[in-house]
Ligand binder design. Structure first.
Ligand SMILES: [Zn+2]
Length: 304
């Protein structure tokens, strides 16, 4: 057995979360005209959707600072005040307790809760406490679920700003087509693979795995900060050995120590798979990162 240092997955992101609040929503839209909608999105994939749907009519800010882990987010009083000031908040209830609490405290003018549209299902039983029983929040890694969310955001924007309703619906339609192409690339790209099991840093890929016929096993459960229990590591080793897994996927917001120890112990590779909970490279967007993920998956699973 390898011995695992305790607390290796606890992240030094708190300072970033509490201090480096990104610039308050700009008062102008991307066209330089005063924005019709001042939007706050609770974390990256919703930020991406809000920007694509809102287009030039919107100025979109983020509740979760770029590069921070949206799980277990803490909100500064300044951030809570920003929430109260936005014309609309786009969030998924049940994912970020601090955001849910802020919503009930400051009652933002308008909110769009995408949790229903995202069609969340319970996290599978293998997730470690305290996740078990809760819904799996990672809907954005399934392009079809994200497309449904985009429709609801367009509907919400149109109700709040009917004058630009046509534009929002057209933008959502365009995003929907992009997501549909992405979905097809995943379906085709993962159709014929030597292996179908992925070992990942935390279990963010449940919806993606369901959609494309893969199986995930995580070093951590659906919460990246949960510590892997010895039983989980033992199960992981059995999965790796039984399914001829060659690669352990790490992610940039989770300390890769456990993955690296495990990989070197079992003579495996590590590779990056991005759960897109935050945008870590500002030069890329949701579609770019998802395509990188597809390439990483195809390599690890040896797909035709
Ligand atoms: Zn996650």
């Amino acid at each position: 057995m390898i011995s695992l240092p305790r607390r290796t997955l606890v992240l030094p992101v708190l300072a970033a979360v509490t201090l480096s609040a990104c610039a308050p929503s700009a008062p102008t839209g991307t066209n330089g005209e005063p924005a019709s909608l001042k939007v706050l999105a609770s974390f990256y994939p919703l930020h991406y959707v809000a920007e694509r749907v809102g287009g030039e009519e919107s100025a979109v800010g983020s509740v979760t600072p770029p590069g921070a882990d949206p799980h277990n987010l803490e909100l500064s009083p300044a951030k809570v005040a920003e929430l109260a000031d936005a014309s609309v908040l786009v969030y998924a209830s049940g994912f970020q307790a601090a955001v849910d609490e802020a919503v009930s405290q400051v009652s933002p003018e308008q909110t769009i809760d995408v949790a229903d549209a995202a069609d969340l299902s319970p996290a599978d039983g293998s997730s470690s406490a305290p996740d078990s029983g809760g819904a799996d929040p990672h809907f954005w890694l399934d392009p079809q679920r994200l497309a449904a969310v985009a429709d609801v955001v367009a509907q919400g924007f149109s109700e709040i700003d009917p004058e630009n309703g046509e534009t929002y619906r057209a933008n959502a339609q365009e995003l929907s087509q992009d997501l549909s192409s992405l979905d097809e690339e995943f379906s085709t790209g993962l159709a014929d693979c030597e292996r179908r099991t992925i070992v990942v840093a935390h279990e963010a890929y449940g919806y993606l795995a369901d959609r494309y016929g893969l199986k995930q096993t995580g070093i951590s459960g659906i919460d990246p900060e949960s510590e892997p229990a010895p039983a989980r590591i033992a199960k992981l080793r059995r999965v790796i050995e039984g399914r001829n897994v060659t690669t352990i996927f790490t992610e940039s917001l989770v300390n890769p120590k456990v993955a690296e120890v495990l990989a070197s112990d079992l003579g495996m590779k590590t590779a990056l798979l991005d759960p897109l909970e935050s945008l870590t490279d500002p030069g890329k967007d949701y579609l770019d990162v998802m395509r990188n993920n597809l390439a990483a998956l195809r390599g690890a699973l040896n797909c035709e």
